[in-house]
Write a protein that binds this ligand. Sequence first.
Ligand code: CA2
Length: 153
Amino acid sequence: MAKTVYVLNGPNLNLLGKREPETYGRATLADVEKLCRDAAARHALALEFRQSNHEGEIVDQIHEAHGKAAAGIVINAGAYTHTSVAIRDAIAAVTVPVIEVHISNIFARESFRHLSHIAPVAKASLCGFGVAGYALAIDGLAALSAARHGGRS
Ligand code: CA2
């Protein structure tokens, strides 16, 4: 059976494409889901695509991915990136590889966005590629998995 990649989106990302296009572009969250579905399919992975405005719910989703032995998690925790020790601890507690993604270049923005609680516990992080970063993160997960399994997924 195909393994699953979880793509988790944090607070306010439901507004994507509807506000602040100069920072986040014009793609909607539905467009991002399609992009992720296509990327996952290219690697024969199933996709669970979620968005939540609630910190504890994101913690639960991380535990769920672990419980289902997911292939990996791609997470854009939104503003919780910079504040949430609970999400950081959930990621540190699971063995599923986690890739952190941000649409904007968080290091080229306000200084409060320069700290990520997630980066130190993630396998890898990427930012500044716009929504294309989500597909790049799924490609990266597949590459890490291939490297671990000597080419077998
Ligand atoms: O660049 C990213 O992907 C961020 O994770 C987006 C977060 C921000 O707090 C992080 O510092 C960087 C904000 C997500 C809110 O998304 C919106 C989308 C459209 C309009 C308003 C908010």
